[in-house]
Unconditional design. Structure first.
Length: 269
């Protein structure tokens, strides 16, 4: 097995021009598979609320729910770093609340670092967590918890129009530098676009990774595991290019199971 991934190792990868790879996963089995494949980060996203639990946006997810999911992912991950999202609430309630939540995610959930959405608006919290020895994965840009104020619904964030416009580059570079100076270990630049994304990567020494709206101009990419493998009912008839179509395979398997049981045949497995 390769050595355990560390934050200094990711920074060294940036210096050498090697890309970091992360996946968002929410369960023990997918975490084990992704870890075995060799990803650098397994991110426990509050996106579970939309993608597995059927919420319209991730704001309904609670800290206690994130702890349950983080524990499962931690048990399935040995090599990769485990990052756990702050749900909406603890950060917005103040620095003390954020610190208490971060301690729980690390101590109870087993997270190696915590991700703060809209982190540029809360530099004091980033500093407080860093002083407490808790690494921060700082998310900024057009993020899931801030997009609504710009009139962008959660469902539209993966569309090209949701990317940061070029004229916002200077502001976003300033935010990235603020987060680095506040102690952030990694940046998640959401909906970066190629102009602002490349400028931010050049402006800071810490790795800049992106999910929605990212690309090869960043230091690395993070992708929903379920999207990468095509797991979800919407992928059954989708023509979108993914690395697999587990949904179609699952549909075929369930159809065959139903046929065997109804025909009185012995089932497989």
């Amino acid at each position: 097995m390769e050595d355990k991934v560390t934050l200094p190792a990711l920074t060294q990868m940036k210096r050498e021009g090697r890309k970091c790879v992360g996946v968002v996963a929410w369960d023990y089995q997918l975490a084990r598979i992704a870890d075995r494949a060799g990803v650098d980060i397994v991110s426990v996203g509050d996106s579970i609320g939309v993608n597995l639990w059927g919420h319209s946006n991730p704001l309904e997810v609670t800290l206690d729910e994130m702890l349950v999911v983080c524990k499962a992912v931690r048990r399935g991950t040995t090599r990769a770093l485990v990052s756990c999202d702050f749900p909406f609430g603890p950060l917005q309630e103040g620095t003390d609340s954020a610190l208490r939540a971060a301690i729980r995610l690390v101590k109870e959930g087993g997270a190696d670092l915590v991700k703060l959405d809209a982190a540029a608006e809360f530099p004091d919290a980033v500093r407080a967590l860093t002083r407490a020895g808790i690494p921060v994965f700082a998310q900024f840009g057009l993020t899931p918890q801030t997009a609504l104020r710009y009139g962008v619904p959660y469902s539209a964030q993966a569309l090209p129009g949701a990317q940061a416009p070029a004229q916002m580059t200077a502001k976003l570079v300033e935010e990235a530098k603020l987060l680095e100076a506040s102690g952030a270990a990694l940046l998640d630049f959401t909906n970066s676009g190629s102009n602002a994304g490349a400028a931010v990567v050049k402006a800071v020494s810490i790795p800049v990774i992106g999910g929605f709206g990212g690309g090869p101009w960043l230091d690395g990419r993070i992708r929903l595991a379920h999207t990468a493998i095509g797991y979800g009912e919407k992928w059954i008839d989708s023509t979108t290019d993914t690395y697999a179509n587990v949904a179609k395979i699952s549909l075929d398997a369930f159809t065959a199971l139903i046929a065997d049981v109804r025909a009185g045949r012995q089932i497989k497995g």
